[in-house]
Write a protein that binds this ligand. Structure first.
Ligand code: FAD
Ligand code: FMN
Length: 783
């Protein structure tokens, strides 16, 4: 077998090593345009888990690599004169140059041919090779040459960064967030060998310009960075080596394989340096390729297997890297946070690290986070314990004169079980049991303002006396038997009206018994859905008066709060989104014009809804579709509602059009709540695939939302909040007297269960390399 490898970076060299080990008879050649010891960059970083992998695949290079490594366990966050350190992270750093020299040496030893100072510009010279590995880095000439096939997507991110080095020793992975007269600068720094550390500087393009960095040469820009971070460098110099400022290219390729050619490493996909995974991904690609070559009978099958088996893992890492880089791009959102909350945000930005996880690793740090949160709550006039604070989830929250006992919310969810809009026994039991379950606030399902405003024949409404009486019964039950507050969500289905019950075909048009539907514009939802009638002023006035009448009935029922549903493609959302609003009058066109009618309704409701009671609005913060609403638009929408008197923005997303492409995942809508809250400076509630109390605490403690709603988890578990209260020891949670023995039992058992689980987790966690190294260097205790 003949293998040609283009590029002698980590991906190319490691794939040469692994393939040669597998097939000693193969003729494997690596072509590298640089000289053998000619390398840019300073250190590379690997997690313990990645090193475990290296140990398994090539113990010889693993041993040499780890001899050269610097280990650390802590992450240190420097911000506004404070330092917060969190242990248990298990990372290792090594010089990139040293890593490449080790891999070169190992490759040579195994018989891999290394040809340096040879730039390959045409793959046809490898016509006789069985496999051509393209590992030529992020500017891959061969990926671009066959772009029509590989279909790469290069997203040049907005922040600029430069890679430098220093002799400054560091004992932790160090983030420094530095305020300057020009704006924020960030340093990501870590030691990779004795007396050498990597420094990646990052800033936004405007700050870069204001700081006069445009056009400076390497030395001059290093001098400017040394001025900014001089207080920390303590006289150590900054070193440069092709340390140009660049925008990070986030690269994804639709295909990784073409005939016998395969893309590896940065050539196929990149991951932002803030999660330190570029070199890791490159070397793990080499492992995946070697595995596939071992498992499959032919090269063609092996390459297909490599792509199939590896893609998910790479995309997962890229997703985490995306979330992380976006956090750094928007660091100014958090600039006025309490430093400990800021540090918590840094730690939890990429979702892998959570509140509970940090509680195990760094209980003092989380203790401080809790105290800062409680202090903030106390500053808002609550008499809460700041010395022994409850977790954020169990801190109270106030909206106008409404006080919520905790921050867990039952999200609005249609039950499709009303008859002619009339809630029945099912609704009483449904809402009643969730109120008894301990959530601070429960939302009604979208309650329709008229018969024709319903989504389905099973939707609940509030347009007649009978419905008003039925809702009053529910509200009274909630108030009489629980500490929960209840919010009425009012809505109009618009073009999604006259459709089937969820279990008969969500959003599908009714075959019989439908009614005429209206919308901002005559755009049907499905091609075969009813074409809605474009609303004229008379229809707008009629619907407005229906909303007002329902709100007045809501007040008569005793609801504590009112929400206007402007999300999910229903009537008011159809005005806001440009994908569904094609009007040419004053209610179409710019975002402000598209917002005019929803705001008109909101203002009409606000004028009849008692001024001591809060109002919220649910929005779709993105349409997840080309040309639709974006996070930036959502900030604008939130500001407009806030000016009109909204107290809380309930941040959901999507469901506007059929061709949306949502990116699902844990807490997938939380970044939008974060953006709205911290840019529009308005209280938010987030929702969407949040399933654990740990996630609720993580979101709240990081300041990404003020309330957290859970929908589907509450469908199967009305007592979600009660169980979480037991777990976190929030003993003051209200419990109906009938249920007290249950509360006593779960609170008692939870203490032990939690301890057992934590012990198990601690025992099961292997020691990090840094811990092992520390143990090995400790003097033995005297016997
Ligand atoms: C300026 C810079 C500095 C960096 N510094 C660091 C750092 O300090 N720490 C860190 O962890 N990561 C660093 N990275 C990122 C890291 O290099 C990559 O994520 C990782 O090296 C990817 O490995 P790779 O093998 O896919 O690509 P690369 O390491 O980029 O290797 C590709 C190799 O292919 C060679 N090549 C390209 N085209 C041809 C051709 N036509 N013919 C022959 N050879 C060719 C290149 O010279 C290069 O050696 C840096 C990246 C850049 C661009
Ligand atoms: C069965 C069902 C019905 C829903 N009905 C409504 C509704 O009436 N109003 C609304 O704003 N959202 C509604 N939603 C959306 C939820 O409120 C919530 O935003 C969504 O389910 C995501 O949260 P989750 O992952 O916690 O379920 C509904 C969701 C489900 C599953």
């Amino acid at each position: 077998m003949k293998v040609a490898i283009i590029g002698g970076g980590p991906a190319g060299l490691y794939s040469g090593i692994l393939l040669k080990k597998q097939r000693p008879e193969a003729e494997i050649t690596v072509y590298e345009r640089n000289r053998a010891d000619d390398t840019f960059g300073f250190g590379v970083v690997f997690s313990d888990a990645t090193l475990d992998n290296f140990e398994k695949y090539d113990p010889a290079s693993y041993r040499r690599i780890t001899q050269e490594f610097a280990y650390w366990d802590d992450i240190a966050v420097h911000f506004r004169g404070t330092v917060h350190r969190v242990g248990g992270n298990g990372f290792c750093g090594c010089s990139r140059r040293q890593l490449l020299l080790i891999l070169q040496e190992r490759a040579r030893e195994l018989g891999v041919k290394l040809i340096f100072e040879t730039e390959i510009d045409d793959e046809s010279r490898f016509a006789d090779a069985d496999l051509v590995v393209i590992a030529d880095g992020s500017n891959s000439r061969f990926r671009d040459k066959h772009a029509a096939h590989f279909q790469p997507e290069v997203d040049l991110r907005s922040n600029v960064f430069a890679w430098m080095g220093s002799t400054r020793p560091l004992d932790a992975f160090t983030f420094i967030f530095q305020e300057t007269e020009w704006g924020p600068f960030i340093a990501h720094a870590y030691q990779y060998e004795a007396g050498r550390s990597t420094w990646i500087f990052e800033t936004d393009p405007e700050t870069f310009k204001r700081a006069g960095l445009t056009g400076l040469n390497e030395k001059q820009s290093a001098d400017r960075m040394a001025e900014i971070f001089g207080w920390f460098l303590e006289g150590h110099p900054l070193l440069t080596n092709r340390s140009m400022w660049r925008n990070f290219p986030m690269i994804r390729s639709q295909r990784w394989v073409k005939d016998k050619m395969v893309l590896l490493g940065d050539a196929k996909a990149t991951a932002h340096f803030s999660i330190g995974s570029g070199t890791k991904l490159a070397m793990e690609d080499a492992i995946a390729l070697a595995d596939a070559m071992q498992a499959a009978p032919t090269v063609r099958d092996a390459l297909a297997l490599y792509e199939q088996g590896r893609r998910e893992e790479v995309e997962k890492t890229q997703h985490a890297a995306d979330v992380s880089l976006v956090w750094f791009e928007h660091v100014d959102r958090f600039w006025d946070f309490d430093p400990v909350q800021f540090a918590f945000g840094v730690m939890t930005r990429a979702k892998a690290i959570t509140y509970d996880n940090l509680t195990l690793r760094a209980p003092d740090f989380v203790g401080e986070v809790d105290k800062a949160f409680a202090r903030h709550v106390r500053d808002q006039g609550f008499d809460v314990d700041v010395e022994k604070p409850l977790t954020p989830m169990f801190q109270p929250f106030r909206l106008r004169e409404l006080t919520l006992a905790n921050r867990a919310v039952v999200s609005p969810m249609c039950m499709y079980s009303a008859e002619e809009g009339l809630p029945g026994d099912f609704h009483l039991v449904h809402y009643g049991s969730r109120a008894l379950g301990g959530a601070g606030l429960i939302f009604t399902e979208m309650t329709c303002v008229g018969r024709d405003a319903r989504i389905t024949p099973g939707c609940a409404g509030l347009w007649n006396d009978e419905q008003e009486a039925a809702w009053r019964r529910i509200v009274d039950f909630v108030h009489a038997n629980s500490a929960a507050k209840i919010c009425l969500q009012l809505g109009h289905a618009g073009r999604k009206g006259a459709t089937k019950l969820m279990w008969d075909g969500m959003d599908r048009p009714l075959e019989q018994g439908g009614w005429d539907v209206i919308s901002a514009s005559p755009v049907p939802y499905f091609p075969d859905s009813q074409v809605p009638r474009e609303m004229d002023r008379a229809a707008m006035d009629r619907v407005k008066s229906e909303f007002v009448a329902s709100a007045e009935r809501g007040e008569a029922c005793g609801f504590d709060m009112l929400e206007l549903h402007c999300a999910h493609g229903y009537l008011l959302a159809s005005f806001i989104s440009p994908l569904t609003n094609q009007r040419t009058d004053e209610y179409g066109g710019s975002l402000d014009s598209r917002l005019r009618y929803p705001l008109e309704i909101f203002e009409a409701l606000r004028s009849v809804w008692p001024s001591h009671k809060p109002m919220s609005v649910r929005i779709s913060a993105t349409d997840w579709a080309e040309g639709g609403i974006t996070g930036d638009d959502a900030v604008h929408v939130a500001r407009a509602f806030a000016e009109a008197g909204v107290d809380l923005v309930d941040v959901s997303t999507g469901q506007t059009t059929r061709d949306a492409q949502p990116v699902y995942g844990r807490m997938f809508q939380t970044p939008f709540s974060d953006q709205v809250r911290n840019e529009a400076r308005v209280a938010t509630m987030c929702v969407g695939n949040i399933t654990t109390a740990d996630q609720v605490n993580t979101i709240l403690a990081a300041g990404r939302a003020d309330l957290v709603a859970l929908g589907r988890p509450h469908l199967v578990d009305p007592g979600f909040t009660m169980r979480a209260a037991a777990w976190y020891g929030a003993g003051d949670i209200f419990c109906a007297p009938q249920y007290l023995p249950g509360k006593d039992q779960i609170f008692r058992n939870s203490v032990r269960d939690r301890q057992d689980l934590e012990d198990l987790k601690i025992k099961a966690k292997p020691k990090t390399r840094a811990e092992l190294k520390l143990e090995a260097t400790k003097p033995l205790a005297a016997e």
